[in-house]
Design a protein around this ligand. Structure first.
Ligand SMILES: C[S@@+](CC[C@H](N)C(=O)[O-])C[C@H]1O[C@@H](n2cnc3c(N)ncnc32)[C@H](O)[C@@H]1O
Length: 246
């Protein structure tokens, strides 16, 4: 049964949102993330008709609902940390959005390191968006992610050491990235590419453009003004997206 509009608006307003999600009836949640900007950079297939999709680290579920909107036959949203409080958030946003949208997205509570075909099966398309840099063991995690991917893996991540040609990964033992202790690693683009090939993807394409020095300088200044980074570190950081095919 549809949630009455006034009730939906009040319940949405009472939650802290990561994603801005259209709940219908003119209600859009007020997420802190620039999700639409990131979506535009992912180059997702316009149609996912008939495809099964796993969204790892789904949080409020924006990208799961987007896969459903694009016609996926089955979508599973997987997460753990942000669904259990402790500074990250809760699952209440995902559940409210799913109800409000009349969505059939399934959910599974699982850590990336526990993903396996035995636990979850395999999926035509897997989203791994905004998660890699939170992991202490990025290559081991990508092995788990590859094990549940049948065809296409879409990865979006913070990248660091931009401009260095050799594969390299910055390590954040403290709060070096965005003053956030849950960030552990910043691979550069060649490192993400090489890790994806090393875990079994035969074709890897970086779908975000290479940025100019002016763009990177301006981006770094914004980060410095937000008070979360030094100019020297921020200039080497960016975000990038990849399509990897088996
Ligand atoms: C920055 S948010 C990204 C959310 C969403 N995927 C997006 O791109 O907007 C990082 C997400 O990764 C999840 N996450 C972090 N470490 C994880 C792990 N080891 N296993 C599963 N999820 C993890 C968090 O719970 C959180 O939902």
């Amino acid at each position: 049964m549809a949630i009455p509009r006034s009730d939906l608006a009040a319940r949405a307003a009472a939650l802290r949102w990561y994603h801005s999600i259209d709940l219908g009836d003119g209600i859009v949640t007020t997420g802190v993330d620039d999700t639409l900007v990131r979506l535009a950079q992912l180059d997702l297939p316009a149609s996912l008709a008939g495809r099964t999709v796993l969204d790892i680290g789904a949080w409020d579920g924006f990208f799961s609902f987007e896969a459903e909107r694009r016609g996926a036959s089955r979508v599973v949203a997987a997460d753990h940390y942000s669904w259990h409080g402790g500074g990250w958030g809760t699952k209440a946003g995902f559940e409210l959005a799913r109800d409000a949208r009349g969505s059939r997205v399934e959910d599974v509570d699982i850590d990336v390191m526990d993903l396996s075909p035995e636990r979850l099966g395999t999926f035509d398309v897997v989203f791994f968006l905004g998660v890699l840099y939170h992991l202490r063991h990025p290559l081991a995690a990508l092995e788990r992610v590859a094990s549940v991917t049948r065809d296409l893996l879409v990865v979006e991540t913070v990248v660091d050491m931009v401009g260095i040609a050799r594969p390299a990964i910055a390590f954040y033992p403290e709060r070096e990235l965005n003053d956030d202790p849950t960030n552990w690693c910043g691979p550069n683009v060649p490192a993400v590419d090489a890790m994806l090939r090393s875990v079994g993807f035969s074709r890897v394409r970086t779908v975000t453009p290479q940025r100019s020095a002016i763009y990177r300088g301006a981006r770094a200044l914004v980060h410095v003004m937000r008070g979360k980074n030094t100019l020297r570190l921020a200039y080497r950081q960016d975000r990038a997206a990849f399509h990897a095919h088996k």
